[in-house]
Design a protein. Structure first.
Ligand code: SAH
Ligand code: SF4
Ligand code: F3S
Length: 458
């Protein structure tokens, strides 16, 4: 077997099918879709499920060590045991490409293209070079140039992501995002309205606005008046066929009274808030450079609940940040007890190269982190189950997002972002993109079961 040093495509022969494999956050999902649209524009088509693709784009995440290491094993799997003619052409995109582009080019000769999250609008040129047998890397960060160079949206789905804000200036001491995604920047209001209208025209009924600090979005509207995220949301809510608006991820320090008020009076803004706090002890929050206290975070949630009493809360946690004591960790547990999250994500601290926390004293042993993670997750699961239980008997709208595994079964989302299973035989009929009125009849740990009452509006 020959060592693979170039893609299977013979020089001059272009790949015909592609697959984008997304890792990491929703912003990567959005970028992955846009890369797909660009490749469509180059005459490629998405490889059908289960079939090998001629070109594989690994859209990678660098947030934790394991996420980053995955890409090398994935490359290995795709090329192992395959002759040069059988292995796919490989492009590495996303945050690992940004952080370790040069290393990837050295370590993985089978990779033809390395493209950072701010440079993927140049993918077609890179592909052209790769087709000719060359290799190309582009990890430039031209301030937000990519959006104006991407083709128009053409995906069809009842739910859509829309990146409104990119990058981060917060520099939490554990986090790679400011390095992989660059400086914080807001996309122009008019471009976002245009993209949103395009998404709605192709069938989107729910749009989730995305950004690493999405609530820091700001900019002049079409009349030149300065707006915050609430202004954008209010304008989006005027699009008649758009029925639901969500946004993530927010930072506690970027909330404005206007955005809180929007939760009280914009019906289309869903009662769900993902607001990471990371830890419950102020000393740890300070060492993390979060610039907010646990008390400040709790007061903010109180204001949110006052504006929208049924709001479902979600968060992110890191356990075992360098120096975190048992007592400090218990403050995280107390905070969870106080908030009662509808869902939350929790992670073991992972030292990331180049971040200040990676070289801090008192790195926490793995077994201590394992133990803390388990205890935290037990509480989060308890609260998630309680939240789901409390929705039993409620009647709410469910947006049908996809078919279930069984005949006549559908999966949709409640306003509180719960996954809702529906069975056609239990009453009513449904179709993709329908908003169905549903009674929640049973709760599970990760989803609920509903019975359709009537198709509310298609
Ligand atoms: N911009 C968002 C989310 C960033 S990444 C925010 O500020 O909240 C998503 C989550 O990954 C973070 O909220 C954090 O909980 C986790 N995370 C980030 N860096 C990490 C690290 N080095 N180790 C473990 N978890 C980390
Ligand atoms: Fe990372 Fe902090 Fe920025 Fe979130 S706010 S992306 S955790 S640096
Ligand atoms: Fe990962 Fe980059 Fe998102 S590091 S979490 S893919 S911004």
């Amino acid at each position: 077997m020959s060592k693979i040093t170039a893609p299977k495509i013979a020089p001059g022969e272009a790949p015909k099918t592609y697959r984008v494999k997304n890792f990491g956050c929703q912003m990567n999902v959005y970028d992955g879709e846009r890369m797909g649209e660009m490749l469509d524009g180059q005459g490629l088509s998405a490889a059908p499920d289960g079939e090998d693709a001629d070109l594989v784009v690994l859209n990678t995440c660098h947030i934790r060590e394991r996420a980053a290491e995955k890409i090398y094993s994935d490359i290995g799997r795709m090329t192992k045991g395959k002759t040069q003619e059988k292995a796919p052409m490989i492009a590495v995109a996303g945050c690992v490409a940004q952080a370790e582009g040069e290393e990837i080019m050295k370590r993985a000769p089978s990779v033809s293209m390395v493209v950072g999250p701010q440079a993927y609008h140049r993918l077609p040129d890179m592909l052209e070079k790769a087709v000719k047998g060359g290799r190309a890397a582009d990890t430039d960060m031209p301030a937000i140039a990519k959006f104006s160079e991407l083709p128009a949206r053409k995906r069809r789905s009842p739910t859509a992501f829309l990146t409104v804000q990119e990058g981060c200036d917060k520099f939490c001491t554990y986090c790679v995002v400011p390095y992989t995604r660059g400086a914080e920047i807001s996309r122009p209001f008019g471009d976002l309205m245009k993209e949103a209208r395009g998404l709605v025209e192709t069938g989107a009924r729910e749009i989730t606005l995305l950004g690493q600090n999405v609530n820091a979005w700001s900019g002049p509207d079409e009349a030149g008046v300065h707006q915050g995220l609430d202004g954008l949301i209010r304008e989006l809510a005027k699009i008649p066929e758009l029925q639901r608006i969500r946004y993530m991820t927010s930072h506690p320090n970027d909330f404005t009274p206007g955005l809180i008020a929007a939760h009280a009076d914009v019906d289309k803004l869903m009662p769900f808030l993902h607001l990471p706090v990371q830890a419950g002890a102020d000393r740890v929050l300070k060492a993390m450079n979060r610039n907010h206290s646990a008390g400040g975070y709790l007061r903010l949630l109180e204001q949110m609940r006052a504006a929208r009493p049924d709001i479902a809360l979600s968060g992110d946690f890191i356990v075992g940040f360098p120096g975190e004591t048992e007592a400090e960790f218990e403050e995280t547990l107390q905070l969870v007890d106080e908030v009662r999250y509808a869902q939350a994500y929790s992670f073991k601290y992972s030292p990331r190269p180049g971040t200040p926390a990676a070289t801090m004293d008192n790195q926490i042993p793995r077994d201590v982190m394992d133990d803390r993670l388990q205890r935290l997750q037990a509480r989060i699961n308890r609260d998630q189950r309680a939240f789901n239980d409390a929705t039993v008997g409620k009647v709410c709208d469910v947006l049908i997002e996809r078919k279930g595994k069984h005949e006549g079964q559908w999966l949709g989302k409640s306003p509180w972002l719960q996954s809702v299973w529906l069975d056609e035989r239990s009453g009513g009929s449904a179709a993709l993109g329908d908003m169905v009125q549903v009674e929640i009849v049973e709760a599970g740990p990760n989803s609920v079961q509903g019975v359709a009452r009537a198709a509310a509006h298609a």
